[in-house]
Design a protein around this ligand. Structure first.
Ligand SMILES: NC(=O)c1ccc[n+]([C@@H]2O[C@H](COP(=O)([O-])OP(=O)(O)OC[C@H]3O[C@@H](n4cnc5c(N)ncnc54)[C@H](OP(=O)(O)O)[C@@H]3O)[C@@H](O)[C@H]2O)c1
Length: 262
């Protein structure tokens, strides 16, 4: 999606993938900076490891304690500086708002999972003014810890652990369940019914429709997969590097062709 965007913007840039062992991340970042890279993206497990390795942290990365985008800038003294951002959180909010038309201010949300993606989601949803967050995770302790952290940062949000009793505006799957065809559903439909939910978002984008989304859709909920989140985090990273609006539809077409072969 980035190379398609560079072509559309007439930029003589290339986006390349490199596999870097975690213990080599520091030298890889310095090497990229020395070689005049404009920036780069990082994925698991580098998002957390990069936090102390960049010279400056944008607020987006400070809130989530994770960096997925690095920009190499030249400061007033002519020195190259690395700045870390996190574009995942805003991308999720944008995808939920645009793909599902869910208004997050004062919303009630059930979040499934308590890993890195769930943590980013919970903190960003609370920052966006969600009124109630219910957290459910296989390993209960991790949900409890995440709830404590969210309450500390965002005391105005009511954060509970376990399935909510009443209705919710959104159920968000931030677990890895659904990546494999034989996976169980990420939620217990004897403890929570789709009749309680208006919309369902799955961070998974391959397969395009998980059993979680199929069951939500069959019950009449609006549904969207994680492709929008992936697209919007990439579009925002491009905007940081290029300082111009991302050609979103060009990027979406390239992404869909790459991921779903269409
Ligand atoms: N669309 C996007 O742009 C985007 C971005 C980031 C992530 N994602 C997706 O989000 C998902 C989570 O990613 P992550 O980075 O948060 O991973 P992670 O830190 O490894 O967390 C994995 C989560 O899935 C749960 N889980 C894994 N296997 C399970 C099982 N067999 N039964 C029940 N729960 C299980 C884990 O529960 P425990 O705590 O009990 O282990 C944990 O809550 C992945 O599917 C990833 O592809 C999508």
């Amino acid at each position: 999606m980035h190379n398609a965007a560079f072509a559309a913007l007439g930029l003589n840039w290339r986006y390349l993938a490199f596999e870097v062992p975690p213990d080599q991340l520091k030298s890889a970042l310095l090497g990229a900076q020395q070689m005049g890279f404009i920036g780069l993206n990082l994925t698991v497990p580098h998002k957390l490891l990069a936090v102390p390795l960049v010279e400056e942290l944008d607020d987006s990365a400070r809130l989530l304690g994770a960096v997925n985008t690095v920009q190499f800038l030249t400061n007033a003294a002519g020195k190259s500086v690395s700045r870390g951002y996190n574009t995942d959180g805003d991308a999720l909010l944008r995808a939920v708002r645009e793909d599902l038309q869910v208004e997050l201010q004062n919303a009630r949300v059930l979040v499934l999972g308590a890993g890195g993606a769930a943590r980013a989601a919970v903190l960003k949803l609370a920052a966006a003014g969600v009124a109630e967050l219910a957290l459910v995770n296989r390993t209960g302790d991790k949900a409890t810890k995440l709830a404590q952290e969210a309450r500390r940062f965002f005391p105005a949000t009511n954060v509970s652990v376990g399935y909510p009793r009443g209705s919710v505006d959104l159920v968000l799957n931030a677990t890895a369940l659904g990546l494999q065809p034989a996976d169980a559903l990420p939620l217990d439909l004897t403890a929570f019914s789709w009749a309680q939910a208006r919309a369902a978002y799955d961070m998974i984008y391959r397969p395009a429709e998980t059993a979680f989304l199929q069951s939500a859709k069959a019950a009449g909920c609006r549904t969207a997969n994680g492709l929008g989140m992936l697209l919007y985090q990439g579009a925002r990273a491009l905007e940081i590097w290029a300082q111009t609006a991302a050609p979103l539809e060009v990027m979406r077409t390239a992404l869909e062709a790459s991921i779903h072969g269409r």
